[in-house]
Design a protein around this ligand. Structure first.
Ligand SMILES: Cc1cc2nc3c(=O)[nH]c(=O)nc-3n(C[C@H](O)[C@H](O)[C@H](O)COP(=O)(O)O)c2cc1C
Length: 370
């Protein structure tokens, strides 16, 4: 008869098996071929200046893809023709739970558009933009102009959503004036909240949005699908919300899913409250209209704002909960004095060290045939 294990022996055996499995997992995550930092740097390599014709446009597209996008879904497709690039939505990458009307999808295309025009300008091409209307895409026609490489262009490779706590330091008035003076697009406005009381007002709606989202199963399920819980997953897809960029440890998917699914809504809201309170303030972006063109213009202005902040070594990160839950958005609009303008985006800003950078799919994966 084999001897039965005592309870203590059983627990010890379980702990050793678990320890060995966790050790093997961590060793694998540290494997030299899973080098996510190297990949993040590779996708952000400087623009190839010598490239000509179509390959030059491929480089502009690579810079466009370095833009922000909701859940890093990269919901874009680019069509290159002579002297023209079209940016199309990739509906297979839309986010029905968090973004049921594709508002943030079109904002993401606007972010990519801003980077694209800056890259083209650095190579000596001015952009003429045709916004979506009768067409369901954005078209950019290029005309030769003087090459210009400003601070925004130089910041494209370094901009990131820095989701860590900031250092509570205020941003000086002169710097803040430089931030708030970026050129805005037609119908788009910036709103600054940098006093402790105004930040607390904003926080009320971030909290309300968080509580609603983290009680919504569809939202959680979509979030889980877009989180890349470890390097292996992140490098396989080159998209999504990579744990390292969110400041959370790499874990296997089965474990990460359980943690996210059982996240307490109030703890999530408290964590975001601490992040906002560690920041120098918040900026909202609003639009007078609610259509694809207004969303694209919002994206352009966000990207411009984030590049200006980056060029001043100021970090920023989105807290879009108040704009993503319809009822909360209405209350946010009224309570924060937006008037008729619709809040579209909200970000916090301040000082912090950079975090690991997110990944992007290759240019070949986002260019479609004419
Ligand atoms: C329209 C839009 C909404 C976003 N909402 C959030 C958000 O609520 N919270 C957040 O942490 N990041 C948000 N992001 C940031 C993306 O997750 C981020 O851009 C993406 O993961 C790529 O990372 P990067 O911006 O650091 O390059 C949003 C981005 C866009 C364009």
């Amino acid at each position: 008869m084999p001897k039965r294990l005592s309870r203590v022996q059983f627990v010890k055996l379980g702990a050793s098996v678990f320890g060995a499995a966790a050790g093997a997992y961590l060793l694998y995550e540290g494997a030299p071929w899973l080098n996510s930092r190297k990949e993040a740097a590779r996708v952000r390599r400087p623009l190839e200046p010598a490239s000509k014709g179509t390959s030059r446009m491929h480089e502009w597209v690579r810079y466009a893809t370095l833009a922000a996008s909701g859940h890093n879904a990269q919901p874009w497709k680019f069509r290159i023709e002579e002297n023209t690039i079209q940016i199309h939505p990739d509906s297979a990458r839309h986010l029905p739970a968090v973004d049921p009307i594709d508002r943030e999808l079109w904002i993401s295309l606007g972010c990519a558009l801003e980077n694209l025009t800056l890259a083209a300008r650095s190579a000596g091409f001015e952009s003429e933009i045709i916004y979506p209307g009768s067409n369901d895409w954005i078209q950019i026609d290029f005309n030769q102009a003087k090459p210009e490489e400003g601070a925004h262009f130089a910041s494209i490779r370094h901009r990131q959503n820095t989701r860590s706590p900031y250092d509570h330091q205020k941003v000086g008035a002169a710097e803040l004036a430089k931030v708030m003076s970026i050129p805005v697009e037609h119908g788009i406005e910036l709103h600054l909240f940098d006093s402790p009381s105004s930040t607390e007002n904003v926080l009320e709606y971030v909290t309300a949005g968080n509580l609603s989202q983290f009680r919504d199963r569809a939202f959680i399920q979509e979030l889980v699908e877009w989180i890349r819980f470890d390097k292996r997953e992140a490098l396989a897809s080159m998209d999504g919300l990579f744990s390292l960029c969110m400041g959370t440890p790499a874990v296997p998917r089965w474990l990460g899913q359980q943690v996210v699914r059982h996240m307490d809504p109030q703890s999530q809201a408290d964590a975001d409250a601490n992040l906002l309170r560690s920041s120098a303030g918040a900026i909202a972006i609003s639009s007078t209209k609610e259509d694809k063109t207004a969303w694209v213009r919002t994206g352009q202005v966000y990207q411009r704002l984030a590049l200006r902040l980056t060029s001043l070594n100021i970090k920023s990160a989105f807290l879009n909960q108040p704009n993503e839950v319809a009822e909360v958005r209405k209350q946010f609009q009224t309570a924060l004095g937006f008037g008729d303008a619709l809040p579209q985006l909200l970000l916090r800003f301040g000082y912090a060290n950079p975090m690991p950078s997110s990944l992007r799919r290759s240019v070949d994966d986002v260019i479609v045939a004419v």
